[in-house]
Design a protein around this ligand. Structure first.
Ligand code: AMP
Ligand code: GLY
Length: 427
């Protein structure tokens, strides 16, 4: 089968690396891809939101499977676009319908969904311009800290944790009245702060059956000891020690199953990944957020540990046979550490040559590219904030993290930075 992956990050390189190993994979295309994906397949210069151009390409290259990496095309309805077009209906597109993608596309929608199905989450209320004064009054009565969330997609920047009522009122006003995040913050979710350890759980579903394909702990902040600005993710480890049988059973029965049943009872078509962003609070799981895609850099540890043929899983999903497969996860731990451009998540420069990339890799290591570009035959340059995700296996988290760190010591580019404490609370 010919396969097209949409996206250009470390997640998409990890997908490409995994799918390239499948016995069902013939030609593999990645649009637009990066210097790393080019070693697994053919990069194609297509915009991920240009559905017409994607259609033309799929028909021209007889693509049978499309895997959508980022959320934006999903929220914009790429699934529905394929389903509505007779010429494309035979193509297996992995991703939810636009309605299903609202689990990520609208925080107010996802909160009310969780409420309808009694899925544990922080208590909340949603406000917009019409209910602005009620929102200000709600904030006045709220315990601290207060979490404010722009309703729509805000490139991971739309959540602000406020330490005082005055700050929360100010942020609330900025979001709604001054459209701090554009249309995304016309509506704002105000919610209770939950203190605990986060964990991301990944499910593949056809909207009826589901399989858990892995879990990971992401480190979102730029600075060591979880300080400083939020990023897309600076590193990940898998497994996390508290994900034992008892906790996993709570996650399944209280969160995953009611979510799938909710999708079904609302008639929502969902053939793709659900990323459950959870928090472990004194032994109990709560949902912080849903995403309608895999995580980045979580995919860079989940794919290396998943032993199933990923293309075969997508085929089973399409045929309604997910319940017939058994998921096999590698016993080894896996860690990934992100090397980022100096200045990230603020302004940064691109086009910095990356040295010792091929020399640095070794046994039990996979270097996934994120923001990279093949400049010429010999040179790979930086092309984004997050540049490389160095994933490594180990017999435990300590070994995996230290192996990844040792590889990063050999790689160089101007301004390169990475966290040296990934996995710290589990060492
Ligand atoms: P989100 O975009 O919803 O994932 O939020 C970004 C980050 O903000 C999360 O990964 C958490 O670290 C934090 N966060 C969001 N909601 C809450 C909450 N209710 N309590 C504590 N932290 C939160
Ligand atoms: N690493 C978090 C995310 O992909 O949203």
């Amino acid at each position: 089968m010919n396969i097209l992956i949409l996206g250009s990050g470390g997640r998409e390189h990890a997908f490409a690396w995994k799918m390239k190993q499948s016995e069902y994979c013939d030609r593999l295309f990645i649009a637009p891809g990066n210097a790393g994906t080019a070693s697994c397949g053919v990069n194609v210069a297509l915009g991920i939101n240009d559905f017409e151009a994607i259609k033309t390409f799929c028909l021209q290259e007889a693509v049978g499977l499309v895997v959508v990496g980022p959320e934006e095309p999903l929220v914009k309805g790429i699934y529905d676009f394929f389903a509505a077009d007779e010429a494309l209906q035979h193509i297996n597109l992995i991703g939810p319908s636009a309605k299903g993608a609202q689990l990520e596309g609208s925080k107010a929608y996802s909160k009310s969904f969780m409420q309808r199905y009694h899925i544990p989450t922080a208590t909340y209320a949603a406000f917009d311009e019409a209910t602005f004064e009620e929102g200000m009054a709600y904030i006045s009565q709220h315990s601290l800290p207060i979490v404010l969330k722009a309703d729509g997609l805000a490139a991971g920047k739309g959540v602000i944790i406020c330490q005082s009522i005055a700050e929360a009122k100010n942020v609330f006003t900025e979001m709604i009245r001054h459209k701090q995040f554009g249309a995304a913050s016309e509506k704002v979710v105000v919610e209770q702060f939950l203190a605990g350890t986060e964990v991301s759980v990944f499910v593949l579903t056809d909207g009826k059956e589901y399989k858990i394909i892995g879990h990971a702990k992401d480190y979102k902040q730029i600075g060591e000891n979880n300080t400083g600005a939020n990023t897309g993710g600076m590193g990940c480890v898998s497994p996390v020690p508290f994900m034992d049988t008892a906790f996993r059973e709570k996650v399944e029965s209280r969160i995953i199953q009611p979510t799938i049943q909710g999708l079904q009872s609302e008639g929502i078509i969902y053939k793709g990944f659900i990323f459950f962003g959870l928090i472990h609070v004194a032994g109990e799981p709560y949902v912080i957020e849903y995403n309608c895609r895999m995580g980045d850099p979580e995919t860079e540890v989940v794919m290396p540990r998943l032993q199933n043929d990923l293309v075969a899983l997508f085929m089973a999903l399409q045929e309604g046979k997910l319940n017939e497969v058994s998921i096999v996860i590698d016993d080894r731990s896996c860690a990934t550490i992100m090397a980022v451009s100096g200045g990230y998540p603020g302004a940064y420069e691109k086009n910095k040559p990356i040295r010792n990339l091929s020399e640095a890799a070794g046994e039990n290591v996979v270097i996934f590219h994120a923001g990279t570009l093949q400049k010429d035959a010999e040179t790979v340059v930086t092309n984004g904030g997050r540049v490389l995700a160095v994933s490594a296996y180990g017999s435990n988290i300590r070994e995996a993290v230290s192996r990844s760190g040792n590889v990063l010591k050999k790689i160089e580019f101007e301004g390169m930075y990475y966290r040296k404490d990934i996995g710290f609370e589990f060492l």
